[in-house]
Each structure stands twice: as structure tokens, then as C-alpha cells.
Ligand binder design. Structure first.
Ligand SMILES: [Zn+2]
Length: 492
């Protein structure tokens, strides 16, 4: 059996091939934990270097090791990479950019990382709420999916999700749904960064006949997309331990390692899943996965609400990236994930929204806020999960959890230029004592002004540039009307 550990690696950014400058006054970029040490960037190369983009902010929240914040700062971007950051005066003296996003009461920070989504389920947002899980699934979600989920549904739903994510400052997402080629095409067009899963499930699905078929179709999908676009990483998304048997789970892990890609899976989400594992395998869920070598290769585990005390160190040791989805866990009443204990044990924890049918939006700001509040009330301790920790989970921590910690999630020279500007114009930011506190406890997706991925501006002053929003709104409404009619007919 293939037992390579973490076969999936990114090349280091090619710092030496760029004209890179650092400015003495800015906070130095920090090395990424777990990454090989990068060569130090070359010294300043001269005045007025022509670059692609300068992004300015009243505050630059870097999310480096010291959580440095630069007042009246700017980030210089060229060829998709951060080439310098420092005071706005220094950067504008040093560089002349094709485009500048000015400060004007704006805060610059790394783009948010949504570690678990089913993007196209935006089309099922609000179709049924406040129901017991199995009623919700069996009477609403599954029938709607069987009847309506085809390539066109996935295209429109993913476009709608990408529109919302760009608007809300999410720059990377990890998706699990059907028709992955379509998802990847939408991501390619809209400019976001994503891991796109080929979903593997042991039953007939909208794009496969069963587990074997979905693994072989998944390998073909990965073959088509690996190396095609540096923003898009094709991966495997086996659904869960109760929808796949041991042999199918092993086969998926082997296929992922053979292709050199990570896996994203629902992990220890519900008491049902743990009970299922205990009854069928004699061990709890995470212990079972570990026993079959499933974590020997980068694994992104969504939810992880019910790990046992013994399982938490396993997650740390095997470097499983845990994605906490507080809204979905609360809405479906899955439970409260022991996030504080996992962080203390050294587990890599990021945040996600899950699908919009159980959220019901893709607002990562809300996830941050709820993650903090949920831990505080669960532990009856307001000191746990402070704002800076939660903001880290939504940015750099999320990047580390999914294996992108040396590429995105922090603002530092050599990192890919995935960053956002949040406007502090709204009354709810007045007054501002602590910028990090406001980002976590006040900001919403509507406050994001600009979104940049790989150095490309996807939203400027609140206007999404890479999605035809009026067409997507029209298409989504038309499809929703058909779904509503069919469900009304069925439930009559
Ligand atoms: Zn999910």
C-alpha cells in the first residue's frame, strides 16, 4: 500500500527570479511554519520600478508571526506575487503601478479561506429549513438533487457562490460537489483560487454510478486539471465513512496518493457517524480512518465535531487539516467542535461555511464571529478563541490546514497576492480602537470593498468584475422557480 506522507507539495515561490524589494521600515515578512526556509528577498532594486498593482490601506493586517499591523501602508504586487510591503509613502516612492487601489478608510488583510463548501448548493439556499436532518435530506435535498443537479445546475450554482465569495472577501475555497470539471471551469473564469473535489460516494450520484466509477472519473478529472491553472487544484472528495465502505475508502486514498493530490472528507461530523463506525468497525471514526492509513497523505477533515480525547493528538500528529463550520454545526444541531482543545494540541484548524443549504450564506465573517462565541459559551470562558486567533483561522491557519501555508494566508514578500480591502466606512465601525476586534466582531461580507487573487482585481469598490452578476441572478431565479414547482408537486 502506498504510505507516502504528504506527497502533495508546492514549489517554493521563485523569489530570486523576480525584482523583489523590501523596505527597511516595514515589518519583515515571516517564514512560514512547516515550510523550508526561503531565500531572503533581494535588496531594493531602484526607484519607480514598474509593477502591476499597489493596494493601500489605513491599516495593513499582515497575519505574520508577530501579527504585525502597518499604519498607512501599502502592498506592492507584480506578476501575481507580493514584491514589497511597507508604508504607503515608501511603496509609492519605490514603485509605479499600472493600477492602485487607494486606502480611503480601508483595511488590507489576506483573503479569507473557506475550507469547506458545496458551492452549487447556493441554489438550494432556503429551500427547506428548521427540519430534523434526515427529513431535511430525504424529503427536500436529495429529491431536489436527484431531479435537478446536472452540469447546468452546478454551473449556475457555482457562479452564484463565486459571486458571493468574491463580494465577501473569500479568495480560496475547498469545494465538494458533483460535475467537478464544471466547477473548475467556473473557478477558472471568475479568478478565485480553489481546491475542487471529485466527489466519491458509494451510491448513484449526479455524475457517477457508484464508488468505483467516481474514483476512475475522479482520476480522469485530476488528469485534465493538474498543472493546467496554478489557482485550481483538483483533489478527491470521498463523502464520509457511512457512504463508503473500507475498501472504497482505501481505494480513494490510494488513488489520491497515486495522483499526488489531497483529500477532503466529512470527518466525525455527527454522533451518527461515530456510532456507525463503532458498530461496523469496532472503533470510533477518526481512529478507524487512522487504522487504515487514510491520513497518510494530506487530509482535510470537515467538521470534526466529535473527536475523542485520544483522537485529537492523532489529528495533530498526522497533520490533518480540520475545518470548523460553526454555523452549519449549530443550524443542523450537529454539536460543538472542541476547537480550543484541538488548537492547544497543535491541530491545524481553519474555518468553512459548508453548503448554503445549511448555513444559509457563504459569509466567512459570520463564521469567525460564531466560532469565537461558540467556544466561549461552551467553555464558559470568554478568554478562549480571542479575535486574533479566529482571524488567523480564517486566513493563515486555514491556508496551513489545506497545505497552502507557504503560498497564501499572510501578507509577506514572496507570497501569492491574495488580499482584500475592507471598508471601515459603515457606522458599525465607529469608533475604531482595535482593527482586529472590528474585523472579527463587527465586519460582514457587505463591508468588503476589493478582492484580489493572484494579483488580479476581482472586485473593485464593491463591483464584482469577473462574474456576469445580472445573468447569474436571472439564471438562478429561473432554476429556483423550477425546483420550487417540483417540490410543491411532490409534497402535495
Ligand atoms: Zn459538507
Amino acid at each position: 500500500m502506498n504510505r507516502r506522507r504528504h506527497p502533495y507539495r508546492f514549489a517554493r515561490p521563485l523569489l530570486t527570479s523576480l525584482t523583489v524589494a523590501t523596505l527597511a521600515a516595514c515589518s519583515p515578512p515571516s517564514p512560514q511554519p512547516g515550510a523550508e526556509s526561503a531565500e531572503p528577498p533581494a535588496p531594493a532594486a531602484g526607484n519607480g520600478d514598474a509593477i502591476d498593482l499597489i493596494v493601500q490601506g489605513d491599516y495593513i493586517v499582515t497575519m505574520d508571526d508577530r501579527l504585525s499591523v502597518i499604519r498607512n501602508g501599502a502592498v506592492a504586487v507584480d506578476e501575481g506575487i507580493i514584491v514589497a510591503l511597507g508604508s504607503a509613502d515608501q511603496i509609492t516612492a519605490e514603485y509605479s503601478a499600472t493600477e492602485t487601489l487607494p486606502a480611503g478608510n480601508r483595511v488590507v488583510l489576506p483573503g479569507l479561506i473557506n475550507g469547506h463548501s458545496h458551492a452549487a448548493m447556493t441554489l438550494l439556499r432556503g429551500v427547506a429549513d428548521d427540519l430534523e436532518l434526515m427529513t431535511w435530506l430525504n424529503d427536500y435535498i436529495f429529491p431536489a438533487e436527484v431531479e435537478f443537479v446536472d452540469a447546468e445546475f452546478v454551473r449556475i450554482g457555482t457562479e452564484l457562490a463565486c459571486w458571493e465569495m468574491i463580494r465577501g472577501g473569500t479568495t480560496t475555497f475547498v469545494d465538494m460537489y458533483y460535475h467537478p470539471d464544471v466547477i473548475a471551469e467556473v473557478v477558472e473564469a471568475c479568478g478565485l483560487r480553489a481546491y475542487v473535489s471529485a466527489t466519491v460516494i458509494g451510491q448513484r450520484s449526479p455524475d457517477a454510478e457508484g464508488a468505483d466509477d467516481s474514483v476512475s472519473k475522479g482520476l480522469a478529472f485530476i488528469g485534465r486539471w493538474q498543472g493546467r491553472n496554478s489557482r485550481i487544484t483538483p483533489i478527491f472528495g470521498p463523502h464520509a465513512n457511512y457512504t463508503l465502505n473500507e475498501e472504497q475508502l482505501r481505494a480513494t486514498r490510494d488513488a489520491a496518493n497515486e495522483a499526488g493530490v489531497p483529500i477532503s472528507i466529512h470527518l466525525s461530523e455527527s454522533p451518527y457517524e461515530v456510532e456507525y463506525s463503532t458498530q461496523n468497525y469496532g472503533t470510533t471514526s477518526i481512529e478507524f480512518f487512522d487504522s487504515i492509513g487514510f491520513f497518510d497523505g494530506l487530509t482535510i477533515g470537515a467538521h470534526v465535531v466529535w473527536p475523542t480525547e485520544e483522537e485529537i493528538p492523532v489529528l495533530a500528529e498526522k497533520k490533518v487539516g480540520v475545518i470548523h463550520n460553526p454555523t452549519s454545526n449549530m443550524k443542523i444541531a450537529s454539536g460543538i467542535s472542541p476547537v480550543t482543545a484541538m488548537l492547544q494540541a497543535g491541530v491545524r484548524v481553519g474555518l468553512g461555511t459548508d453548503g448554503a443549504a445549511s448555513n444559509n450564506d457563504l459569509d466567512m465573517w459570520e463564521e469567525m464571529r460564531l466560532a469565537a462565541f461558540l467556544q466561549k459559551v461552551d467553555r464558559m470562558d470568554p478568554t478562549v478563541l480571542p479575535a486574533s486567533t479566529v482571524l488567523r483561522m480564517a486566513t493563515r491557519g486555514g491556508a496551513e490546514a489545506i497545505g497552502l501555508g507557504d503560498k497564501v494566508g499572510a501578507l509577506a514578500v514572496g507570497m501569492r497576492a491574495d488580499l482584500i480591502q475592507v471598508s471601515f466606512d459603515d457606522v458599525h465601525f465607529v469608533p475604531t480602537y482595535d482593527v482586529m476586534s472590528h474585523l472579527v466582531y463587527v465586519a460582514d461580507e457587505q463591508d468588503v470593498a476589493s478582492t484580489v487573487v493572484d494579483g488580479k482585481v476581482l472586485m473593485r469598490n464593491g463591483e464584482v468584475l469577473t462574474v456576469d452578476t445580472e445573468r447569474v441572478r436571472r439564471d438562478a431565479k429561473a432554476l429556483a422557480a423550477r425546483i420550487q414547482g417540483a417540490l410543491a408537486e411532490r409534497n402535495r
